[in-house]
Design a protein around this ligand. Structure first.
Ligand code: HAM
Length: 438
C-alpha cells in the first residue's frame, strides 16, 4: 500500500460523491425536523469506558481506541447512543419530556471492509427519551420509514422487521431459562440464521452452563418455533395458557401495530422475531430495516433501551431510537436509480475578453452572487473561442460576454449555452436581467 492512499474502510468524497451525501443528509434532516426533532451533536473522541459494557462485546472488538498524550484511554465513537444517554442524563431534570433529538454524525468501527460495511460511516440517529409507551416506538419507526420515503423509496423496496427483546426474555423465562443467562442465550439466537447447527448447539451449551436443568438442543428447537411466528394472532396461539406478563406484552404489540396502521405505514412493517440486535442495551421492541428482496446488510437498526440513561448516572428515563447508515442506503438508492442527477454548478459564467472590461464584469459578477445566483468567471483574458469553451464546460446556463467593443457601446451580450442564441442588454441592467430571468 502506498503511503498516499486513504486507510482501508475510509472514504474520500470527491464532489460527485459529496453531492450524493448532501442529498441523503438533506432528506435525513428535513424529515426529522418535520417530526419535531431537535438536532444535537457530541464529540467524535470519547472516553473508552463509555462503550465498554454499555454497547456490548461485539462493538468493543471493533473500537478504534488508543491512549492520548495525557494517558487517557480514549476511542473514536463507534455509535452515538451512549453519548446521547450521557448528555441526557446530565440534564435530565431540566429537559422537557419527551426529549426528541436527532443527530447526523460519523462513526468508526474497526470492521472487516465489505459491501455495506466500512470503518468510517455516517448515521442518522433519532431518539425519543422519557416516554415508555409503544406510541414512542411507533413514532420512531414511522420517522425511519418516512425518511426512506423522502428519498423516493417505497414499500416494494424495504421492510422494517420488528422484534421484541422483552418478549424473548418472557419466552426464555417460560422455558425455565434463568434471567442471568438469558442475555447469553439471546446472543446465540442472534446467530440462528447465520451459524451451522453444530456451532449453534455448541454456543447454546456454553450459554446454558449456568442452567443445567435446560436442555440446549430442545431449547434451540423451541426458540426456532417461537421465532417463526410473524403475526400477533399466531403468537397468541403459540402462547396458549400464557402468563399475565406475556398477555400484557402481546397487547402492547397490538398497540404498536395498530398505531403504525393508523399512520398508513402497515405495508412497511412485519413482525420478525429472528431480529434480536447485537448491542447489549436494548430492552424492548427492536427493529432492523432491510432491502425487501435479498439479504444485504441492514439499512437501519434500533429499538428501546430503557436502562441506559440510568446506568450512566441519570434518573429513570425510558428511551427508544434508531441509527440509519449512509453506506447501505446509498447502495440501495443507486440500485433503484434514485440518486440525484448532477447539480448544475453555475447559473452564469462571465467571460472577460479585455483587461479594461474586468472592473465592470467583476462588479456584475458580485452583484449577481449577492442576489443568490451561482456565478463563475474567467480569471484570465483570452481569445473568445477558448473562453467560451471554458464557459460551456462550466455547466452554466448562460454566459455574460464582456468585450472591448461591447464596453464602448455600453452593452453586455448574454449567450444561452444550449441554443447558443445571443441577446444584447444594456451594461447597466445585468442584475435586473439576471434576477428577472431566474
Ligand atoms: P447499529 O445497528 O449498530 O445501531 O447501526 C445502525 C446502522 O448503522 C446499521 O443498520 C448500518 O446501516 C449502519 N452501520 C453500522 N455499522 C456500520 C459499518 N461498519 N459500516 C457502514 N454502516 C454501518 C446503532 O448504532 C445504534 N446506536 C442505533 C440506535 C440509536 N439505537 C437506539 N438509538
Amino acid at each position: 500500500m502506498s503511503f498516499f492512499t486513504s486507510l482501508p474502510g475510509f472514504r474520500e468524497f470527491y464532489p460527485a460523491e459529496r453531492t450524493i451525501q448532501n442529498h441523503i443528509f438533506d432528506a435525513w434532516r428535513a424529515t426529522a425536523l418535520r417530526f419535531g426533532f431537535q438536532e444535537w451533536d457530541a464529540p467524535l473522541l470519547e472516553p473508552l469506558e463509555l462503550f465498554i459494557e454499555k454497547s456490548g462485546a461485539e462493538i468493543v472488538h471493533q473500537l478504534f481506541n488508543f491512549e492520548d498524550k495525557g494517558g487517557r484511554k480514549v476511542t473514536l465513537r463507534p455509535e452515538m447512543t451512549p453519548s446521547l444517554a450521557r448528555m441526557v442524563a446530565a440534564r435530565a431534570n431540566t429537559l422537557r419530556r419527551p426529549v426528541k433529538w436527532f443527530a447526523i454524525g460519523e462513526n468508526f468501527r474497526y470492521e472487516k471492509q465489505q459491501k455495506g460495511r466500512l470503518r468510517a460511516f455516517f448515521q442518522l440517529n433519532a431518539d425519543i427519551l422519557g416516554e415508555p409507551s409503544p406510541a414512542a416506538d411507533a413514532e420512531i419507526i414511522a420517522l425511519c420509514i418516512e425518511t426512506l420515503r423522502a428519498l423516493g423509496l417505497q414499500a416494494d423496496d424495504f421492510r422494517v422487521r420488528v422484534s421484541d427483546r422483552s418478549l424473548w426474555f418472557l419466552f426464555l423465562e417460560s422455558q425455565g431459562v434463568p434471567e442471568a443467562v438469558a442475555p447469553a442465550v439471546l446472543a446465540v439466537v442472534d446467530k440462528l440464521e447465520r451459524s451451522s447447527p453444530a456451532e449453534l448447539t455448541q454456543a447454546a451449551v456454553d450459554a446454558l452452563k449456568g442452567a443445567p436443568a435446560v436442555d440446549p438442543v430442545a431449547l434451540l428447537a423451541r426458540a426456532r418455533e417461537f421465532a417463526a411466528h410473524d403475526s400477533i394472532e399466531s403468537l397468541t396461539a403459540f402462547f396458549a395458557n400464557a402468563s399475565e406478563k406475556i398477555t400484557v406484552r402481546l397487547s402492547e404489540w397490538r398497540v404498536l401495530l395498530d398505531t403504525l396502521r393508523a399512520m398508513g405505514l402497515a405495508d412497511f412493517v412485519v413482525p420478525d422475531l429472528t431480529i434480536v440486535r447485537g448491542l447489549a442495551y436494548y430492552t424492548g421492541f427492536v427493529f432492523e430495516v432491510f432491502e425487501r428482496t435479498g439479504d444485504g446488510r441492514a439499512i437501519a437498526g434500533g429499538g428501546r433501551y430503557d436502562a441506559l440513561v440510568e446506568k450512566l448516572g441519570g434518573p429513570e428515563m425510558p428511551a427508544t431510537g434508531f441509527g440509519m447508515g449512509d453506506v447501505t442506503l446509498k447502495n440501495l438508492l443507486e440500485s433503484r436509480a434514485l440518486l440525484p442527477a448532477a447539480d448544475p454548478i453555475l447559473d452564469y459564467y462571465a467571460i472577460i475578453l479585455a483587461p479594461e472590461c474586468r472592473p465592470s464584469a467583476l462588479a456584475d459578477v458580485f452583484a449577481l452572487r449577492r442576489s443568490g445566483l451561482r456565478v463563475g468567471y474567467s480569471f484570465k483574458e483570452g481569445k473568445f473561442q477558448k473562453l467560451i469553451q471554458a464557459a460551456e464546460q462550466s455547466g452554466a446556463r448562460k454566459v455574460l460576454i464582456y468585450g472591448g467593443d461591447e464596453l464602448k457601446a455600453g452593452i453586455v451580450k448574454v449567450r444561452d449555452t444550449r441554443t447558443r442564441a445571443e441577446q444584447i442588454i444594456p451594461a447597466s441592467s445585468v442584475l435586473a436581467f439576471a434576477t428577472n430571468a431566474s
